[in-house]
Design a protein around this ligand. Sequence first.
Ligand code: COA
Length: 362
Amino acid sequence: MANGLDDVVAAETVLSDVDGLGGRLTIRGHALSELAGRWTFARVVRLLLDGFFDDLPGEAELKQALGAAREEVFERLLPSLPLLAPLDIYSAMRAGMAMLPDGDTLTDGLRLIAAPAVLTPALLRQRRDERPLAPEGRADHAADMLRMLEGAVASPALARALDTYLVTVADHGLNASTFATRVVASTQAGLASCVLAGLGALKGPLHGGAPGPVIEMLDAIEAHGDAAGWLRAELARGERIMGFGHRIYRVRDPRADVLKAVVRQIGAEGPAGRRLAFAETVEQTALEVLRIAKPSRSLQTNVEFYTALVLEAAGFPSQAFSNVFAAGRVAGWIAHAREQQATGRLIRPQSRYIGPMPDLAA
Ligand code: COA
């Protein structure tokens, strides 16, 4: 039995398809390359939610409703921010989201989609002893998130970079957090309960917690000076190289190239460009080291490697990278939760007991 449910099909979905051999991600009939950098996040939210809420409005109205949801989340949760101060930035966001209503309506869903984009900048500012800034409902989602973080309107290039990132990670088949979300949805629990399950699963370093350690790795390799030596020593200690390998992809993760192009667009000349040039050499070295160390497994660059560079360039500290991942993936979670609820079927697999049996003769 595979402990990781490898190759088990546990849901039918119209939402997204991950082609691990072809290196393709399809979202509701669109190749990722058709959406990333071309569709706004709000438009992709609408694409994902289409068919799952009777009152889903058109694109312009949905953008407005998402903006209104950001404003409402801020009003509701601002008084609780001091309570969240002792927690790490991800747990603080999760605890804030746990205070949202646990219903099944479109308003409930949009509030949850809005929440990471509102809470992450507010919590980061709180930690810098700066006043959290209220959202501007009419702004684009990603641009508003950056303005709430920095207090000034972000450059169009940066806003577009973050928007592209959110679209790129919005949905990705039955990944661990989406599966966790669907398991909870199958009990007919509310959308906040479903999303909290997704948030729990996303936190781990094998899933959404990887990009923070990618930055630590790049810094450590830069300080060490010998990328191959550093990487080999990590492997010898039994460590995994963050940003490489994937359960489904046996070729390069298509999201890695989308995000690499985004970093290039942000500014080839500035710090992001220098970081990119260094990261590219580390990537090539890591692929070579992994090819030799693990010849039986095709270990390729995954989405998290270039996620780290995009989010660093956008001004997020590495402790908040998983929050920003959640800000994108929450759209997929809501759609999957609704799709699972509609099946009416409880997800309830079995385990094989391998412990001792009672001694009936005693
Ligand atoms: N670095 C070093 N070795 C790795 C590796 C990595 N990043 N990813 C997988 N491997 C190795 C495993 O150690 C194992 O080697 P072994 O057969 O000698 O024991 C082999 O490759 C197969 O690994 P397995 O654990 O079966 O793969 P998986 O399908 O569970 O892996 C990940 C998927 C993502 C959990 C794994 O690749 C990983 O831990 N990557 C690093 C974390 C990361 O970037 N996560 C973000 C994913 S988008």
